[in-house]
Ligand binder design. Structure first.
Ligand code: SF4
Length: 510
């Protein structure tokens, strides 16, 4: 059986069976054709370029009217409006766009930043993506799939740092299929570690993996998957085919493009889409994300829960990265983030530790809702070699390896409160429901209260003295605001909950 083959020998032993397995993944065209219209997908390249070209050289009045619409209605922008913003040349107008994006973020998500850590479980991969160190032809990478005991150790380490949310990551391979992913989720959810006063545990596991079938997604839903993330990498067909060779599963554009449709059909409410910036023109990718979001909304009544936009990073023995033609500059990265923020105001936006500190500082205020700290992305790195990066174990190199405690203090000093809250998901506030609550502003209150409670848990259980001091000041300011915002009985309940947390009780939420 495939599962019984030793991981160390996978390259030597698997190929014939691997081929069979790869073919079996793509036998049913119906898994994507049934979502297409007249045999066409929702990325109409001609239409996207036409929109970008037709909205060239917009007048300042036109740009300002779109900014006003974004600020007042908080509705998603129409494609021609997004295309107009992408065409702005005047740097002063860009400043106005940046300010508006920040305002939308504050109004919808307040000063909260959700934090998480990545956990790479396996780097065995049958695909050959040119930009990735884990591509199957890259012989310098040390291949490994964590055993479930090793997954437990990694999760214990992360829970011991204070993390409550993880994003697990797996290459595409029969040894890291949906059954393995399911096993890792069960193990991670069972972890509990002793902390200063209470305990540490992982309360939400998001998954970044290859596209799956509806049956597989239903199984993961049953176990309690958080957000299911699959990035299209690039929406531009020709570029997609040029960086994902045809003899791979990932070489099938449509199987990947429609995996979120399958996820929503399987009942996985929260889906995360994304692009890898640097593969194609970033303005086209903004339009692609928007089209993706609109198609999900049209077919399922709900758009993506999150959007990710990693930029290409150096990776072991991966010259494609150095030679990439469409690298996105820091300035264009800011523009990308601001336009996406204004275009889809209720979608979470994830910035990762790929980016160095100075870039994170600059782009956070433009609309970011989630970011990671204390991240290590080598297979087994949290428990084995936490202090450094090891290119041969990693998919790429990180730009920021600051620890969680330092990250929380850094954010506190900039006025952000870190939320570890996972209550919304566990109370069924997901998918279409969470979108409605966000739009009516109700979720904002729940989130604010629960952010304070989970932040307090972190400060009591894991923070250094310095971080605790900065964090208590953040809580003091939050309480002042909450007092004006909620009925007296709710405020008193909040104070009571905070006391109970100080006394060692955990996982209390509204
Ligand atoms: S990007 Fe993902 S699918 Fe492609 S080679 Fe890397 S791990 Fe495999």
């Amino acid at each position: 059986m495939i599962q019984a083959i030793a991981v160390e020998n996978w390259l030597d032993n698997l190929p014939p069976r691997l081929k069979e397995w790869m073919e079996s993944r793509l036998t049913k065209d119906d898994d994507y054709t049934r979502y297409m219209k007249d045999g066409r997908d929702f990325i109409d390249e001609h239409e996207i370029w036409k929109l970008i070209k037709e909205n060239r050289d917009p007048t300042p009045q036109k740009v300002r009217s779109i900014i006003d619409k974004a600020l007042s209605s908080k509705e998603c922008l129409e494609p021609e409006e997004t295309a107009t913003l992408l065409n702005v040349k005047d740097e002063n107008l860009w400043k106005e766009i940046f300010e508006a994006a920040g305002e939308v973020k504050r109004e919808v998500y307040d000063n909260r930043i959700v934090t998480f850590a990545p956990l790479y479980c396996s780097n065995l991969c049958v695909n050959n993506c040119l930009y990735c160190a884990f591509r199957r032809d890259n012989k310098v990478v040390k291949r490994r799939r964590l055993t479930l005991d090793e997954v437990r150790r990694e999760a214990e380490r992360l829970a011991g740092m204070g993390h409550k949310r993880l994003i697990t990551s797996y290459g595409e391979h029969p040894l890291s299929d949906a059954n393995y992913i399911a096993d890792t989720l069960r193990v991670i959810y069972s972890v509990k570690v002793k902390a200063k006063k209470g305990w540490g545990e992982i309360r939400r596991v998001n998954v970044n993996a290859a596209p799956m079938t509806i049956d597989e997604l239903e199984m993961l839903k049953e176990i309690g998957i958080g957000t299911f993330q699959v990035f299209q990498e690039t929406y531009h067909h020709e570029t997609y085919y040029s960086v994902h060779p045809p003899d791979t599963i990932k070489g099938n554009y449509h199987w990947r493009l429609y995996c979120m449709h399958r996820a929503l059909e399987a009942g996985v409410d929260d889906v995360g889409i994304g692009v890898l910036l640097g593969l194609y023109d970033w303005r086209f990718e903004v339009m692609g994300l928007l089209m993706h979001s609109r198609d999900l909304e049209e077919q399922f009544g709900v758009g993506p829960h999150t959007i990710s936009f990693p930029r290409l990073r150096p990776a072991a023995n991966t010259p494609f990265v150095q030679n990439a033609k469409y690298k996105v500059s820091d300035e264009d990265f800011k523009k990308f983030i601001a336009v996406v923020r204004l275009s889809v105001p209720y979608t979470g936006m994830i910035l990762t530790a790929r980016e160095p500190e100075h870039v994170r500082r600059e782009v956070l205020p433009l609309g970011i809702t989630q970011t990671d700290f204390g991240s290590r992305i080598g297979i087994g790195s949290y428990s084995e070699c936490y202090t450094g990066q090891e290119a041969e174990r990693q998919q790429f190199l990180l730009g920021d390896t600051r620890e969680l405690d330092e990250g929380i203090r850094w954010l506190a000093e900039m006025g952000y409160i870190v939320s570890f809250c996972t209550a919304g998901y566990r109370c069924g506030r997901t998918g279409e429901r969470i979108m409605k609550l966000l739009k009516t502003g109700k979720e904002r209150i729940f989130c604010k209260l629960n952010a304070i409670l989970t932040y307090k848990e972190y400060l009591e259980d894991f923070a250094s003295e310095e971080t605790k001091k900065a964090g208590e000041e953040v809580i003091r300011k939050e309480l002042e605001e909450v007092k004006e915002l909620v009925p007296k009985r709710v405020y008193e309940k909040l104070l009571e909950y905070l006391k109970r947390i100080e006394n060692g009780e955990r996982d209390i939420y509204f």
